[in-house]
Design a protein around this ligand. Structure first.
Ligand SMILES: Cc1cc2nc3c(=O)[nH]c(=O)nc-3n(C[C@H](O)[C@H](O)[C@H](O)COP(=O)(O)OP(=O)(O)OC[C@H]3O[C@@H](n4cnc5c(N)ncnc54)[C@H](O)[C@@H]3O)c2cc1C
Ligand SMILES: NC(=O)C1=CC=CN([C@@H]2O[C@H](COP(=O)(O)OP(=O)(O)OC[C@H]3O[C@@H](n4cnc5c(N)ncnc54)[C@H](O)[C@@H]3O)[C@@H](O)[C@H]2O)C1
Length: 328
């Protein structure tokens, strides 16, 4: 087991597996096509400050995840977010407080995955296109045709449709991953130099192109100015408008926001749109992780459990557990 384990994807699932395997004394090597870690928990640096365009917050229900969250909170990587919560139904905005604990990375969502990554070896800007087994070991090929390896095992921790393409060495796992539908989400950020005159800090939305909106400055550790909002379109709207130009997406979602927020919404001083093609699995599963332990090939991610941060972390733990179980 001196030969390292390759982990493709440095989102929360890949990092969960990486930290568990490292804690067990194994060597890992991470690869990510992005320029940084975090995947759908990444935050974008912009002229309006850091923006959480993907995961907005997360909850913790599983006992093991609760323990991990408590540790991360003690490390100062996370804080509780207590927004003034609203809901909008049929165009009616109303307060919707609850007692649910919600957490965010501080000072930005990506702080959690950056801290979990720590000094672990990672190769960024490296899109893996092929995973194959040679005579003895696993090898990876990236989009530039460069080979990486040898590796004793491979964990694929990327969204299901992308994972399916890398799982050809294990056709059953590939077929399972290919059966998972993932829904898209358009995410828009709007920043206003003058704060909007509303008490809303987070809102669950129905009967609108939007399904969620959040006020960035209500999250701990964020700067108060400008007044930046993140809007998420529903998956249905996002699918219907998948190829709409970014400017049109921004304008349509800005109008939907202005209609429901109940105060004057001027032209934004800054705006951007990001399309998440594989934002969330269309339904939850109970797989934990996918494994062909004899081959040494594993797959994990939110799509193996629930389409949430908690599900992704638990899936990474399960992939590591199954690998370790077979390694001893
Ligand atoms: C808009 C949006 C809002 C959300 N809101 C919430 C929320 O409020 N609460 C919540 O709990 N969850 C939320 N989620 C879901 C949550 O973000 C995900 O469940 C979780 O982050 C998934 O983690 P993951 O590690 O499984 O996958 P990802 O985060 O997608 O990580 C996969 C990584 O693999 C990399 N990768 C992909 N293909 C390759 C390849 N071929 N080679 C190399 N690297 C590759 C990617 O760059 C990425 O970094 C939201 C998601 C989105 C998109
Ligand atoms: N937009 C996307 O692409 C998403 C992809 C994946 C998950 N997404 C959202 O994440 C949150 C997290 O879900 P959760 O951890 O179960 O959180 P929750 O706060 O318990 O919300 C779940 C669901 O319940 C409804 N709801 C909860 N609290 C309230 C409230 N006070 N008032 C009204 N409605 C409430 C609401 O429908 C929540 O969605 C979750 O939002 C996923 O949609 C986004």
């Amino acid at each position: 087991m001196n030969t390292p384990i390759a982990i493709i994807g440095s989102g929360i699932a890949g990092l969960s597996a990486a930290t568990a395997l490292t804690a067990a004394g194994l060597h890992v090597q991470l690869f990510d096509k992005g320029r940084g870690s975090g995947g759908r928990m990444a935050s974008k640096r912009s002229d309006a400050g850091d923006l959480d365009l993907g995961a907005q917050y997360f909850t913790a229900r599983d006992r093991h995840f609760v323990e991990a969250v408590q540790q991360w909170q003690a490390n100062g990587w996370l804080a509780e977010w207590k927004p003034a919560l609203y809901q909008s139904q049929g165009g009616q905005l109303s307060p919707s407080p609850d007692t649910q604990l919600r957490f965010v990375g501080v000072p930005r969502m990506s702080a959690l995955t950056r801290n979990l990554l720590g000094e672990l070896p990672v190769t960024f800007a490296c899109r893996i296109t092929e995973v194959f087994h040679g005579e003895q070991h696993w090898h990876l090929v990236d989009a530039d045709g460069q080979s990486h390896g040898p590796f004793s095992r491979v964990i694929i921790a990327i969204p299901a449709p992308q994972a399916a393409a890398l799982l050809s060495a294990a056709p059953k796992l590939a077929a399972t991953a290919a059966s998972v539908a993932m829904d898209p989400v358009w995410s828009v950020a709007l920043a206003f130099a003058k704060p909007l005159a509303t008490p809303v800090e987070g809102c669950f939305v129905q009967d609108s192109p939007l399904d969620w909106l959040a006020r960035n400055r209500s999250k701990p550790g964020r700067s108060a100015s400008p007044d930046t909002w993140v809007l998420h379109a529903s998956s249905a709207w996002s699918r219907q408008h998948l190829d709409l130009p970014r400017e049109a997406v921004i304008e349509q979602l800005r109008c939907a926001f202005a209609e429901l927020i109940g105060c004057a919404v001027p032209e934004a001083d800054f705006s951007l749109a990001h399309r998440w093609l594989y934002a969330r699995p269309a339904q939850a599963h109970q797989w934990g992780a996918l494994a062909d332990a004899d081959l040494g090939l594993y797959a994990c991610g939110d799509w193996c459990l629930s389409g949430r941060v908690e599900g992704a972390w638990l899936s990474g733990q399960e992939a590591a557990r199954r690998l370790l179980e077979h390694a001893v």
